[in-house]
Design a protein around this ligand. Structure first.
Ligand code: UDP
Length: 329
């Protein structure tokens, strides 16, 4: 939202806050220096979703982020993932069609590649059997966008395959806010700050350089900027096809152990971790070939691994300072 606003877009948010929080919107407002409007609407409810389109007849595009994103949760509760991630998409596309809003950006994920045969993986790789229901919702979401755009020639979409988004806004006014996150970086920062006693590394017997899984971590600020560029790309009509896929990754594969080492270095904290069993649904390794986003969208990942860890850590520290202030009052 911040990146869009800083690039001249007028933005409204539609978020039922089931996983987000008003605090993030307040953070956005502080950074951009003006109010932003949120409709507290569940996109799985078609009528409520339509009401947003009716109230905003001048929409130029939609960025669809609304999805649950935890691999282990999706393994435990697959129907919850199919219901939320797919119904919201179908409703939004239906509204886009009815109200003639034709520029669409979809949040996809590198999990669609499964255990890719060739690394770094590029967008032409055929998609393997997904390793989790979450990954399947992203494969299905892409297929839905693709079928829909084939049928509706005015409609154009970019599907952005995020690798592993991490880090926080450099102001420390916005970041990940979950009580019990399951993603690696917030688990690391929560362990370091003492919210958790220890953390586990899920498997050190993978066929990788140090036995832990390899991922491509990418700063949320870089991810945000790619959305602005993707929207501009569509609005300017620079796309040759009306449904195009882009990898959003740094291009670097980093193991869990390497990430922990990077965190320990920038934070000066020794992390209390132990090695546990593999986590169901995890792929062994994946990292991006990001040439397409660089050439076509003019996008470059600007933040390095240290900056990813540093902003994530600063965010955790900011949360701590805040809760201490609340206690004092
Ligand atoms: N991971 C871990 N311990 C944790 C959380 C994650 O070892 O407490 C590992 C996980 O097995 C995976 C990597 O960290 O190899 C990234 O996991 P995350 O959930 O952040 O993202 P994913 O790649 O599943 O989307």
């Amino acid at each position: 939202m911040i990146d869009l606003i800083e690039n001249g877009f007028d933005v409204i948010s539609v978020d039922n806050l089931s996983r987000g929080s008003l605090r993030m919107l307040q953070g956005v407002e502080k950074v951009v220096g003006r109010p932003v409007k949120n409709y507290r609407v569940d996109l799985c409810n078609l009528e409520d979703t339509e009401a947003v389109f009716i109230e905003n007849p001048d929409l130029i595009g939609v960025i669809h982020f609304a999805a649950y994103k935890s691999v282990p949760e999706s393994v435990k509760e697959p129907l919850k993932y199919f219901r939320n991630n797919l119904n919201s998409l179908v409703n939004i596309l239906q509204c886009a069609q009815e109200y003639d809003v034709n520029n669409f950006v979809f949040s996809s994920s590198c999990s669609v590649y499964g255990n890719a045969k060739k690394l770094p993986v590029d967008e032409t790789a055929s998609l393997a059997e997904p390793e989790s229901p979450y990954a399947r919702t992203k494969q299905m979401g892409e297929a839905i966008c693709s079928d829909f755009s084939r049928q509706n020639k005015r409609f154009q979409a970019t599907l952005l395959r995020y690798f592993n988004p991490v880090g926080a806004h450099p102001s420390s006014l916005l970041g990940e806010l979950q009580e019990t996150p399951e993603n690696l970086v917030p688990v690391i920062t929560q362990t370091a700050i003492g919210k958790r006693k220890e953390m586990q590394i899920f498997g050190n017997d993978y066929p990788t350089r140090d036995g832990s899984c390899i991922r491509d971590y990418i700063h949320v600020m870089d991810i945000a900027n790619a959305h602005t560029r993707a929207l501009q790309y569509l609005i300017k009509g620079l796309n040759k096809e009306n449904c195009e896929v882009f990898n959003l990754g740094s291009g670097n594969g980093v193991s869990v152990l390497e990430l922990i080492a990077a965190f320990e270095k920038i934070s000066g904290q020794k992390l209390n971790y132990k090695v546990g069993p593999r986590r169901p649904g995890d792929v062994v390794q994946v990292y991006a070939n990001n040439n397409k986003a660089e050439t076509k969208l003019g996008w470059h990942a600007k933040y390095n691994l240290e900056q990813m860890m540093e902003t994530a850590w600063n965010w955790e520290l900011a949360l701590k300072h805040e809760s201490e202030k609340v206690k004092l009052n």
